[in-house]
Design a protein around this ligand. Structure first.
Ligand code: ATP
Ligand code: MG
Length: 299
């Protein structure tokens, strides 16, 4: 793939530590979780961070996105969870330098039911993830794509994560779903001993010409303030065509395209928030961060 920017810090300095685990989650369907998980992982990999993308969705969309859906006889994430295997057994290199994938196959649909009867069922993924590095590789970052419901698989992703990134699409009524997600996160902290923080909320499918985008942005920034990323992911039809060609946006779109620009900017901002890149080293934003939108009062 074409590289974007050089790594702002020496990523090898972080490789001795356990990787940071970032789950991309929102139980609402179609908000851009998979698009964000795949392209954010690719952008971090392009910056030199050894990145593992884990597909923890029964739809296996992240695996299909990269053209790496597993066959029945391959070890995938589902088999690791069903047979209590280390996740490293499922990890495969991708064609993108510094990017590995733990893919999900059809057996994922069995995992929720199986986990329901397992002792320590909320921590099955965390146990498997404890050994995620194949020989000779040490990951800096693990990015987990999750399913559009708050079942045991998603609970496992959240409990296994240190940071949560929440994509919010610019449609009506996002706050109802975010309230439910917030309550679930609180309950997992209280009852399952989860230790994650919300890294941030990121607006997706944003179109500044549409009133709804500005309204959702204003609502989110008023409610969550600095927890909302400056970067917004703009609507771009190339995000729709990239997965059908099994390509990340960086492979699919030529340099200067808005999809690439947005995910590069998101990676720069996320890496600072994760503490993997010093603030001063962050690449200058390619565009001004979105100013707080002013939405005229409805008449
Ligand atoms: N910025 C964008 N502009 C235009 N289309 C987008 C954008 N981001 C994602 N899409 C498209 O929107 C649809 C939903 O995106 P995606 O699959 O990433 O969401 P999801 O939250 O993972 O969905 P699910 O809940 O089903 O897992 C896909 O067709 C995707 O190509
Ligand atoms: Mg998805």
């Amino acid at each position: 793939m074409a590289t974007t920017t050089p790594a702002p810090t020496d990523p090898t300095s972080t490789s001795e530590r356990a990787p940071i685990v970032l789950a991309v989650a929102n139980q609402k369907g179609g908000v851009g979780k998979t698009t964000t998980a795949v392209n954010l992982a690719a952008a971090c990999a392009a910056r030199g961070f050894r990145t593992l993308l884990v597909d923890l969705d029964i739809q296996g969309s992240a695996s299909a996105f990269l053209g790496m859906s597993p066959t029945d006889d391959e070890v995938d994430v589902a088999r690791c969870l069903l047979e209590e295997l280390p996740l490293s057994r499922a990890v495969k290199p991708t064609r993108v330098e510094n990017l590995w994938l733990a893919p999900a196959g059809e057996r994922m649909s069995l995992v929720d039911l199986h986990l329901a009867s397992v002792y320590g069922r909320e921590r099955a993924f965390e146990r498997s993830l404890a050994s995620c590095s194949p020989p000779g590789v040490s990951f800096d970052l693990v990015i987990v794509d999750t399913a559009p419901y708050l079942g045991l698989l998603t609970v496992n992703a959240l409990v296994g994560a240190q940071k949560i990134l929440v994509p919010v699409s610019c449609e009506y009524l996002p706050m109802l779903g975010l309230k439910l997600l917030g309550e679930t996160l609180d309950r997992l902290r209280e009852r399952a001993g989860a230790r994650f923080d919300v890294l941030g909320y990121v607006l997706t499918m944003h179109d500044k010409r549409e009133r709804i985008s500005l309204e959702v942005e204003q609502l989110l920034r008023n409610r969550f303030e600095s927890r909302v990323f400056d970067t917004v992911i703009r609507v771009d039809t190339q995000h729709k065509s990239a997965p059908s060609h099994r390509r990340t946006i960086f492979e699919h779109q030529s340099e200067g395209g808005r999809g690439r620009e947005d995910y590069n900017a998101l990676a720069d901002e996320a890496l600072v928030r994760l503490g993997l890149v010093a603030k001063a080293a962050r690449k200058k934003p390619t565009k001004k961060p979105a100013a707080r939108p002013k939405v005229a009062a409805k008449k």
